[in-house]
Design a protein around this ligand. Structure first.
Ligand SMILES: Cc1cc2nc3c(=O)[nH]c(=O)nc-3n(C[C@H](O)[C@H](O)[C@H](O)COP(=O)(O)OP(=O)(O)OC[C@H]3O[C@@H](n4cnc5c(N)ncnc54)[C@H](O)[C@@H]3O)c2cc1C
Length: 246
C-alpha cells in the first residue's frame, strides 16, 4: 500500500453518517430461485415470473417459518463512513458479513469527528435494562458540542505533533478518540442484513424489541432503505413477520 496525498488537516465535525450501496446482486427472484430448486430442480429459473402472488406467498412462508438459507443467495456491498465507536459495534456481526476498513497504519487519518446533532437525545433515564433517552437541555447541548470539539482538536494536534516528530502513524493514532470517522466496505446478504437490522434498529413492528445506540441505528436505517428498494417482497415479509431474521 502507498501513502495517500497530504490531507486537509483542519478538523471538521459531522452529525450524520454515510451509507452508499456500491455493488449489488440482490433481488426477490434470488430467494425464489433458491427456494424452488428443492421442488422444481433445474427448471426453477423459468418458473419465477409466472405467478407473482405465489412468489409473494412463498417468500412470506419462508420468512414466517424461518427457512433462512434461500435469503443468502444474494449480495450487497455498502460503503460506510461513520465514527469508530459505530464500527466497534458493527464488526461484532460476524456471520454473513465481510469487512475492509481504511488503515491507520498506511495512511494519515483525516480529522473528521462526530458531534451529535440537535435531534440526538442526550440524556438517559431509568435503570439498566429499562431506560429511555430524552432530549438534553440547551445547556447540555452547548456543553456537548463545545467539549467534544475541544477534545477532538487537542487529540488531533497531539497526533500531528507526533507525526511531525517522525513517530510512526500506527503509534501516533493511539491519541485519537472513538468519535473519529472511519470508512469501510461491508458486504452482506439479505439474511445477515435482517439479523443486523433486527438488533440494530428500533421499529414498531419488531416482535422482539432491541435498544441499539442511535448512531449505529442511523447506519442501519440507510442500509435498510437501499435493501428495501432491491428486494421489496423480502423486505415486506421481514416487517410482516416481526422483523426477526429467518
Ligand atoms: C442493544 C445491544 C447491546 C449490546 N451490548 C453489548 C455489550 O454490552 N457488550 C458486548 O460485548 N456486546 C454487546 N452487544 C453485541 C452482541 O452481544 C452481539 O455481539 C452482536 O449483536 C452481534 O450479534 P450476533 O452474535 O447474533 O451476530 P453474528 O456474529 O452475525 O452471529 C449471527 C448468529 O450466528 C450464530 N453464531 C455466531 N457465532 C456463534 C458462536 N460462536 N457460537 C454459536 N452461535 C454463533 C448465532 O445464532 C448468532 O445470533 C450488544 C448488541 C446489541 C444489539
Amino acid at each position: 500500500m502507498t501513502d495517500t496525498p497530504a490531507p486537509d488537516l483542519k478538523p471538521s465535525f459531522r452529525n450524520d453518517v454515510t451509507v452508499e450501496l456500491v455493488k449489488h446482486a440482490a433481488t426477490d427472484s434470488d430467494v425464489l430461485w433458491a427456494a424452488r430448486v428443492s421442488t422444481a430442480g433445474e427448471q426453477s429459473l423459468e418458473e419465477l415470473q409466472k405467478d407473482p402472488e405465489r412468489s409473494k406467498g412463498l417468500i412470506n412462508y419462508l420468512m414466517r417459518d424461518r427457512h433462512g438459507s434461500p435469503f443468502e443467495h444474494n449480495s450487497m456491498t455498502f460503503f460506510i463512513s461513520a465514527p469508530i465507536f459505530v464500527f466497534r459495534e458493527f464488526m461484532r456481526h460476524r456471520v454473513g458479513w465481510s469487512y475492509n476498513e481504511e488503515s491507520g497504519r498506511y495512511r494519515e487519518l483525516q480529522p473528521v469527528f462526530y458531534v451529535p446533532g440537535t435531534d440526538r437525545k442526550l440524556v438517559q433515564q431509568g435503570r439498566p435494562g429499562k431506560y429511555e433517552f430524552v432530549d438534553g437541555t440547551a445547556a447540555q447541548q452547548e456543553l456537548t458540542e463545545r467539549v467534544m470539539e475541544d477534545s477532538y482538536r487537542r487529540s488531533y494536534e497531539a497526533y500531528q505533533e507526533m507525526l511531525a516528530a517522525g513517530v510512526a502513524r500506527e503509534v501516533a493514532r493511539a491519541t485519537l478518540p472513538v468519535g473519529l470517522f472511519s470508512s469501510m466496505y461491508a458486504t452482506c446478504n439479505a439474511r445477515s442484513l435482517m439479523h443486523f437490522l433486527g438488533l440494530r434498529t428500533q421499529h414498531e413492528l419488531a416482535k422482539v424489541p432491541s435498544f441499539p445506540q442511535r448512531e449505529i441505528e442511523m447506519v442501519g436505517e440507510k442500509m435498510e432503505q437501499e435493501w428495501a428498494r432491491l428486494m421489496p417482497l423480502t423486505h415486506a415479509a421481514f416487517n410482516t413477520n416481526g422483523r426477526v431474521a429467518p
